[in-house]
Design a protein around this ligand. Structure first.
Ligand SMILES: NC(=O)c1ccc[n+]([C@@H]2O[C@H](COP(=O)([O-])OP(=O)(O)OC[C@H]3O[C@@H](n4cnc5c(N)ncnc54)[C@H](O)[C@@H]3O)[C@@H](O)[C@H]2O)c1
Length: 418
């Protein structure tokens, strides 16, 4: 049987597209999952940089993408609505990958769904629960798949912890700490244009990974959140929360403390700092899950600095380009696994309905989407909506000096200042 390939349009050509999405999609093109690739950004400068990226050119010789806006136009001219045209010109039921700043995910996802496209969005899906519910309902009604790129779910250590937690090997989660500190140099990147207090903060940006992970492992729902932040100035003068300290309480009374920031020293070995410890209660003894996600046991000292330091903790687990049996190099790691799982889910859905009439196809697609939701491995609006509630609560808390915000479930889940 020949595979049905999906044409992919990536909206956003920034850091995450360069570091993770484009190389993964290029490899999936080789593997017969992806057909044509478009990338649409606000202007063509980042697209030019993607085309020139030497590591990508060497890893994926002869592979390319179509740039919107075209590279023949001026580099500084912006096209904020061009993504609508590019999505509008796609064949139905292909794939749109959303890789723009957080608050802009929602209109692009809705545009893609209205034009009958399957969607993969970087995390967080959206910043409000109401938007999550709207996306879930529209996608299901049209039989379109929406996935959220919470790649930590695909880390082998997270999958193992989920498996053994479900077997009862640790007891019940009761007290934990998570941290994710991104490097200082992020302050000099495009972040300074959008990482402002009114729009996002470190908890929303990266803390959400560990909130999702604890839910992924335990299935426990968060019931209240408080997040306090420390403000600072970016080099361009914009003010953002540069550090955050959050606390999440769960339905069983458990507590998780989450610290995040844009401040891990550039000269330090780790490239960032991250990890999770979860204490659990059993029958007259306690259990523990401890993931050091910062130092994964590989330490290299280079002749010339890699980034700003010579001595580095190197993670082969998230994303690396390595030699393989084919031309160039191939991506490995849970970042690639996550993108592949989402794109392959779309491909599987489309292959299963190939040749069916419209109504049978739509019914079958909806059934397959429900199966993925219940499977609980790929994050979807239906099975990861707690993240939107936590992010919504966190935003309300951090702009109100860390006040506790409760999450209320039931027919109409919502958040409320305590
Ligand atoms: N670990 C992770 O999961 C991870 C890491 C980094 C970023 N992200 C997420 O990825 C998203 C983007 O982050 P980034 O670091 O790539 O940001 P970035 O600032 O480097 O890039 C943003 C891109 O969005 C594009 N864009 C903005 N407005 C647009 C418009 N109107 N039309 C088309 N393109 C537009 C810009 O041209 C730019 O290429 C964020 O939601 C972030 O949270 C996730």
């Amino acid at each position: 049987m020949t595979q049905r390939t999906l044409d992919v349009t990536i909206i956003g050509g920034g850091m995450i597209t360069n570091d993770l999405i484009l190389p993964s999609i290029y490899h999936l093109q080789r593997m017969g999952v992806v057909g044509k690739i478009n990338i649409c950004a606000l202007n063509n400068a980042p697209l030019r940089a993607l085309k020139k990226n030497r590591e990508l050119r060497e890893a994926f010789p002869k592979q390319d993408f179509e740039a919107f806006p075209s590279l023949s136009l001026g580099a500084n001219k912006t096209f904020p609505d061009l993504y609508k045209e590019v999505i509008g010109a796609m064949q139905p039921r292909q794939a749109v990958v959303v890789a723009v700043p957080d608050w802009f995910h929602y209109p692009i996802i809705m545009e893609a769904l209205c034009h009958n496209q399957h969607v993969l969005s970087v995390k967080p899906l959206v910043l409000e629960y109401k938007q999550d519910a709207e996306i879930e309902a529209l996608a299901l009604e049209k039989g379109l798949f929406v996935g959220v790129e919470y790649h930590k779910r695909f880390d082998r250590r997270a999958l193992l912890a989920k498996h053994q937690y479900a077997q009862g090997q640790f007891g019940e989660f009761i007290m934990g700490e998570a941290k994710l500190h991104e490097p200082y140099y992020y302050r000099h990147s495009n972040f300074q244009n959008w990482f402002t207090c009114d729009r996002t903060d470190p908890f929303t940006y990266v803390g959400c990974h560990y909130v999702d992970l604890v839910y992924f492992i335990t299935g426990l729902k968060p019931v209240s959140v408080s997040v306090d932040g420390v403000k600072g100035k970016f080099p361009n003068g914009n003010v953002g929360f540069l550090w955050s300290s959050g606390r999440v309480r769960y339905e069983n009374g458990a507590l998780l403390t989450v610290t995040d920031g844009l401040g891990y020293p550039d000269d330090a070995a780790g490239s960032n700092d991250q990890g999770l410890i979860m204490y659990c209660e059993g029958q007259d003894r306690s259990g523990m899950i401890h993931h050091d996600d910062h130092e994964r046991g590989v330490r290299y000292c280079y002749l010339e600095p890699s980034g700003t330091a010579r001595y580095r903790y190197v993670s082969p687990d998230f994303f690396r380009l390595v030699p393989w049996e084919g031309p160039g190099a191939k991506p490995i790691g849970y970042g690639y696994d996550s993108i592949a799982a989402n794109l392959q889910a779309m491909q599987r859905i489309e292959e299963e309905v190939s040749g069916m009439d419209d109504e049978s196809s739509r019914k079958r697609r909806r059934k397959l989407i429900h199966e993925i939701d219940h499977g609980g491995v790929i994050a979807t609006p239906a099975n990861s909506y707690i993240n939107e509630l936590v992010v919504e609560a966190a935003r309300l808390s951090i702009v109100n000096d860390g006040v506790r915000v409760d999450i209320l479930y039931g027919d109409n889940p919502h958040v409320k200042k305590a």
